[in-house]
Design a protein around this ligand. Structure first.
Ligand code: PMV
Length: 359
């Protein structure tokens, strides 16, 4: 049987080519936390695709004699960066069976992030998806019959092998990753755009990322995922996430903002509750994370705003709100929340329709 992600045909010769993609980060509303090998999520998740927090990657491919490993150089923000090489090397090993043609090329990979490198924003989703898209552009040049749908599916499949959440950074505005019995077309292997109708209340959502702690996290996501094996609440959590995802699909369609707030904040706190109840246990929130949450709740109470927060695996707070409330919320952030951010830094972002090809 031919596996759908094997290379089907190579009908063209490509001696030299360059491709470049701008790929965004994403923020999960229902979280993925816990996986099995190779990057198979324990539950389905859904995220908003972002816009301004992105990685731009260019890969120059030059044909050479075939080797047994992919040969490449990695340039990050204009400088050769050999300490990123092991992660990229293991990505190439994982995708080798699906992109065997890569070993016939030397790759010069140049990458830059729109956000500061040490901002505490994980660049793995945008970085891995940008790289997967450049590789898929080469595959498309070798096999021009590849359809756009298959291109996106395989780009997401490859990105997932680099970093799970990267599978949700190809398309937008909402992407589901993980097989869910009641969501048609959903898969553990790649992300799919949310196919339901999105109520106007949830179109053009904004996400202002409050940079509470720009330092290196004490516990990496890799270790955090591992701690979900033998976690006392793991099976209930995976079940709950799948239920929440189904509830959220209804909320997205019917426009119920209060239900959205409740579900999204509960997901964020549950993710961190899993960390608190792991063994060894750990805490990624900082005192200022809690200061922000409390100030946000008080503001919501006072103004009846539809603002809410979510968290990823770190101390930073993502403040989510409808575009119609942008002016009022940005004023609130500037006046009351920026003081809890490192050097008062925050990033104004919004939902987008996904990655863009630049070259
Ligand atoms: O893709 P990873 O392995 O870095 O894991 C990301 C996990 C969370 O950001 C905490 C949740 C998610 O679904 O993105």
């Amino acid at each position: 049987m031919v596996f759908e992600f094997d290379v089907q045909t190579i009908s063209k010769e490509v001696a030299e080519a360059s491709f470049s993609w701008k790929s965004p980060s994403n923020i999960a509303l229902v979280k993925y936390w816990g996986k099995s090998h190779p990057q198979i999520p324990k539950n389905a998740s859904i995220s908003f695709t972002l816009k301004n927090s992105h990685t731009i990657t260019k890969i120059d491919f030059k044909k050479k004699a075939e080797s047994d490993k992919v040969s490449f150089d990695f340039i990050f923000e204009g400088k050769k960066k050999d300490d990123f090489k092991p992660k990229i090397e293991s990505f190439f090993e994982r995708i080798d069976a699906f992109c065997p043609y890569l070993k016939q090329y030397h790759l010069t990979i140049s990458s830059e992030n729109s956000f500061p490198h040490s901002s505490g924003i994980a660049s793995s989703a945008s970085g891995m998806s940008a790289m997967a898209l450049c590789i898929m552009s080469l595959e498309k040049a070798l096999n021009p019959s590849l359809t756009e749908a298959d291109f996106n599916k395989k780009a997401s499949f490859l990105a997932r092998l680099g970093s799970g959440s990267a599978s949700r950074s190809i398309e937008g505005p909402l992407v589901i990753w993980g097989a869910h019995a009641e969501i048609e077309g959903s898969s553990d292997l790649f992300g799919i755009p949310f196919a339901g109708k999105i109520h106007d209340n949830f179109k053009n959502y904004c996400d202002t990322i409050l940079l509470v702690d720009k330092g290196q996290k004490q516990v990496s996501s890799t270790v955090g995922h591992q701690l979900m094996h033998n976690h006392p609440f793991a099976s209930q959590r995976f079940e709950q996430a799948n239920e929440n995802l189904l509830k959220l699909t209804t909320i997205l369609e019917n426009g119920d903002q209060k239900a959205f707030i409740n579900l999204v904040e509960s997901e964020a706190l549950t993710l961190h509750a899993m960390m608190l109840t792991s063994n060894p246990y750990f805490i990624l929130m900082k005192p200022n994370t809690l200061e922000i949450i409390n100030a946000l709740w008080a503001f919501r109470e006072r103004t009846q705003s539809n603002i809410c927060f979510t968290l990823d695996a770190g101390a930073n707070v993502h403040v989510l709100y409808p575009k119609s409330e942008e002016k009022m919320v940005l004023q609130f952030i500037e006046d009351e929340l920026s003081r809890f951010c490192e050097k008062n830094h925050y990033i104004c972002d919004e939902v987008s329709s996904g990655a863009e090809q630049l070259l």
